[in-house]
Design a protein around this ligand. Structure first.
Ligand code: ADP
Length: 449
């Protein structure tokens, strides 16, 4: 049987999806906004459909228009990528109802995992360690509420159950601020997510961000593909990611792997997913599960040789795939630098025309990007321009390879965070792998490194 897939995304992940489809002899339909007609992947797509004005709400988030394009081009399935509609359970449900296969888990799974309290409960039931906290309804009585917070122990974090993308979270250092902070978070959550429900978590002061990649066949079988360390972040946005995470307690890791696979088996997880943890004092604490491909998926692919995007397509389209834990072998170390169109000091977005550029290459270097010389970066979307990925025998060699790749790389015409990466790659704390999620913002950038 021949398949046709609509790619409901843009930029590098749309190109990544097309490459995977081509290898599997799947035809592609790419949708694009009026602001994106010069995107590279449109040239490689079998068909293209313009879906509306540049504003994401009118194009890449516009469910009826995307479903109409799917109907018009008679595709079998829709590939959501990351961002936009990738974790929108309503969209997945509409795909299911319209007879298009949503490439990812079921709408029910997306919904459950998108609700942070339900996700925590399911994770805990599967044996995953969660951040200590309180996930029942917040009592009306202020004294009772204060007692709950005190029992968890300050500092605590107030989180919106429908939160996402680093929004809907607030740290409370002292009891005096509890009520006001809870009220503000509820109001913000109501405005941003249409759901004001909040819960409490112990604030883990200085953890690393470690995540586990999983793959499930949707029928109750699942495997893991190891860890990634994404601790180098600013405002909860990852900047450098690596696989595997180094210096992790073996017992905790094995328990965590087992529990992650157990969760995916229990919920009959379909497709690829990431279970994210804060890691401190040798312990993993679940924070959330992302029910989609991640930006940083290449580092896992580089150390396992397992193509995660092809796996998504194969599983969704019932093509042959072997998911055998014993077949997964880990080799060496991989690192990814996210090159963003932004000022390296102020982090202000820097859209505009790329007048000239040169991309890196060579042994152990992978370059995933949709940009090219003469391309104009539009101002409407996220600022990711390119992912430079290296693979080598050790972490040190992977870093050296990245330094050399970055030396070859240049972009002219717009500002990028290229120089920030170069500085981080020479930083002693990073080289020693001693950085936590707070390091970049609280130490590195403050010290003017
Ligand atoms: P989102 O869905 O918005 O990405 P997460 O729950 O994944 O929210 O949290 C995003 C980031 O917030 C984490 O990577 C971590 O940096 C920080 N964070 C979340 N929960 C806690 C916590 N309990 N203690 C300390 N930091 C936290």
């Amino acid at each position: 049987m021949s398949f046709k897939v609509l790619i409901a995304n843009r930029g590098e992940i749309a190109l990544r999806a097309i490459r995977a489809c081509k290898e599997l002899n799947i035809s592609t339909v790419s949708v694009y906004s009026e602001g994106d007609k010069d995107l590279k992947h449109l040239k490689f797509s079998d068909e293209t459909v313009c879906i509306g004005p540049p504003s994401p709400l009118e194009s890449y988030l516009n469910t009826p228009v995307i479903l109409s394009a799917a109907e018009l081009t008679q595709v079998n399935a829709i590939y959501p990528g990351y961002g936009f509609l990738a974790e929108d359970s309503n969209f997945a449900e509409m795909c299911e109802k319209s007879g298009f296969k949503f490439i990812g888990p079921t709408s029910e799974t997306i919904k459950n995992m998108g609700d942070k309290i339900t996700a925590k409960t399911l994770a805990e039931e599967a044996g995953i360690q969660i951040v200590p906290g309180y996930k029942e309804d917040i009592p009306d009585d202020e004294e009772e509420f204060k007692k709950i917070a005190k029992d968890i122990g300050y500092p605590i974090m107030i989180k919106a159950t429908a939160g996402g993308g680093g929004r809907g979270m607030r740290v409370v250092e002292h009891e005096d601020d509890l009520i006001s902070h809870a009220e503000i978070t509820m109001q913000e959550a109501k405005n941003a997510f249409g759901n004001e429900k909040i819960y409490l978590e112990k604030f883990i002061a200085n953890p690393r961000h470690i995540e586990v990649q999983i793959v499930g066949d949707g029928k109750g079988h699942a495997i893991h593909l190891g860890t990634r360390d994404c601790s180098m972040q600013r405002r909860h946005q990852k900047i450098i990611e690596e696989a595997p995470a180094r210096n992790i307690n073996k017992d905790s890791l094995n328990k965590t792997y087992e529990a992650c696979v157990n969760l995916c088996k229990k919920i009959k997880y379909e497709g690829v997913g990431t279970i994210e943890f804060l890691y401190e004092n040798d312990e993993f604490y679940f924070i959330e599960m992302n029910t989609r491909i991640q930006v940083e998926h290449p580092v896992t692919e580089m150390i396992t040789g397992f193509d995660l995007v092809k796996a998504q397509l194969r599983i969704a389209l019932n093509m042959n795939i072997s998911l055998n834990q014993n077949d997964i072998k880990f080799s060496g170390h991989s690192m990814e630098c996210r090159i963003n169109a932004e000022d390296p000091e102020t982090f202000q977005p820097s859209p505009g025309k790329i007048t000239k550029m040169h991309t890196p290459g060579g042994f152990g270097i992978r370059y995933d990007s949709h940009i090219y010389g003469g391309y104009t970066v539009p101002p409407y979307y996220d600022s990711l321009l390119a992912k430079i990925i290296t693979q080598a025998n050790s972490r040190d060699s992977s870093i050296k390879r990245m330094i050399s790749a970055l030396d070859e790389f240049f972009i002219e015409g717009i500002k990028t965070n290229h120089s920030l990466h170069q500085k981080i790659l020479h930083d002693d704390t990073f080289l020693k792998n001693k950085h936590t999620i707070n390091y970049l913002e609280n130490e590195f950038l403050k010290n003017g490194s």
